[in-house]
Design a protein around this ligand. Sequence first.
Ligand code: CU
Length: 183
Amino acid sequence: MIHRLAALIAAGAAALGGAAITASGPALAEGAAVATLIGANGQELGRAQLVEGPAGVVIRIELAGLEPGFKGMHLHAVGSCDDHDGGFKHSGSHVNPDQKEHGFLNPKGPDDGDLPNLGVAPDGTAEAEVFTTLVSLTGAGGRPALLDADGSALVIHANTDDHMSQPIGGAGPRVACGVIQKQ
Ligand SMILES: [Cu+2]
């Protein structure tokens, strides 16, 4: 697990020059996945691309219409975002088959759904690329598969994840959700 943690990197905001939501992203290898994120009113906020690499998954995120600040972001265990008016509870809890504790800063963590916070600019946009070695798209390396029978979702919370508190780092309500689907 230690080596996985060491490789988990938040690459920060992508230098896209303030471009609007675009279709650009990592080269889409066979088996890449996408997620269209929606907000609490069901409105589309943007998208994420997920590409499987040999050691983990690269996730590129391009969103607009969020509240500024660092927002908790996780991979949730069920591919359902149809209850936008009910707080996206249908997306379940974190991808966490081994029932580990939450948090990159937790000696007993992290769980496999943990991701770095997403930094949202004052204008409500967010462009970021993150890499997680804790999951896979289809089971590579024996890591939990996002594209499993009940799918998975990328979920953004209202508040900052402190990477320590249980069960979700104090990240609060779920404000955006996207079902991860095979491209
Ligand atoms: Cu979450």
